[in-house]
Design a protein around this ligand. Structure first.
Ligand code: ADE
Ligand code: ZN
Length: 335
């Protein structure tokens, strides 16, 4: 049995495996600019975040109906469950779909249906986090929040994603204030490619409770101290950082140093269909590359539940943390 964990940073559009992309393309009569899944996979060589986003948003063209979104989320929940994920907080990008004429209700209801079925089928709990595209205007984000109002009972939080540099969190001050007034929790991507000042802005201007990525906080000692003192969770995505070239190789990832500095770190997959693994694979990869022992892995798993938005089910959170504490890693054969 794999180590129980929560995943707090996964974009549902980033779980679209090539096989499903082609199946949906055929079903919906969408022509893809790739001959087959192999040619598509060969295109997964990214220079940076933007080169990834160009391909990623292009592929969302295959997602059109309720059923498409349900199938996408169900496939993720099945894979995540197999890797020990017991609770998943899932990002979605409504503007990537509404811009193509897909109503926001189709997206939210399609995903929510999979989450409800997933509880029954896999025993996994799920929440939805609606992200605004930061390279779109603040007006567009406000319009998206407005359009989401009939579906807020299915949405736990708002987030901020897409191309970071040049789009600081402060651009979305009013939207986040409006989201808070609607009772939504708040997170934001910051410090993935952008500077430490974006992390400060996300905290001070948007009032976020978690920082997605936060990798570049390590460049600012005062910020690291503050994040540790205030117990602000970071949802790190080490495989993503390598694939999008924020770092050269996994062995150079600062995760271990960040944990040593007292930061509340979690590890996550970000866009697992593109970056070489789901969250269990990510745990395995950081264990190998950074030499993390079992207790470090236990800490990461415990952190994932502590940082999760399970305030509406504290009993479940406590039960899952107890499972992490009791988890027996067993004796691994020498390699
Ligand atoms: N959307 C999907 N993956 C993302 C990432 N790593 N950073 C920003 N936006 C994203
Ligand atoms: Zn992300």
């Amino acid at each position: 049995m794999p180590l129980p964990k929560a995943e707090l940073h996964v974009h549902i559009e980033g779980t679209l495996e090539p096989e499903l992309a082609f199946a949906l393309a055929a079903r919906n009569g969408v022509e893809l600019p790739y001959r087959d899944t192999e040619e598509l996979r060969r295109a997964y060589l990214f220079q940076d975040l933007q080169s990834f986003l160009d391909l990623y948003y292009g592929l969302t063209a295959v997602l059109r109906t309720h059923d498409d979104f349900t199938e996408l989320a169900d496939a993720y929940l099945a894979r995540a469950t197999a890797q020990g994920v017991r609770h998943a907080e899932i990002f979605f990008d409504p503007q990537a779909h509404t811009a193509r004429g897909v109503p926001i209700g189709t997206v939210v209801e399609g995903l929510a249906r999979a989450l409800t079925a997933g509880e029954e089928r896999y025993g996994i709990s799920g929440r939805l986090i609606m992200c605004f595209l930061r390279d779109e205007s603040a007006e567009s984000a406000m319009h998206t929040l407005e359009a989401a109002k009939p579906y807020l009972h299915r949405i736990t939080a708002v987030g901020l994603d897409s191309a970071e540099v040049g789009h600081p969190p402060s651009k979305f001050r009013e939207v986040y204030a409006a989201a808070e007034a609607l009772g939504l929790r708040k997170v934001a991507h910051a410090g993935e490619e952008g500077p430490p000042s974006y992390i400060r802005e996300a905290l001070d201007v948007l009032g976020v409770e978690r920082i997605d990525h936060g990798l570049r906080c390590t460049e600012d000692r005062d910020l690291v101290e503050r994040l540790a003192r205030e117990r602000i969770p970071l949802t790190l995505c080490p495989l993503s950082n390598v694939r999008l070239r924020a770092i050269d190789m996994l062995e150079e990832h600062p995760l271990r140093d960040m944990m040593d500095a007292g930061l509340l770190c979690t590890v996550n997959s970000d866009d697992p269909a593109y970056f070489g693994g789901y969250v269990g694979d990510t745990f395995h990869a950081v264990r190998e590359a950074l030499g993390l022992d079992d207790e470090r892995l236990r800490e990461l798993a415990r952190n994932s539940f502590e940082a999760s938005f399970l305030e509406d089910d504290e009993e479940r959170r406590a039960r899952l943390i107890a499972e992490v504490e009791a988890y027996d890693f067993g004796v691994r054969p020498p390699e």
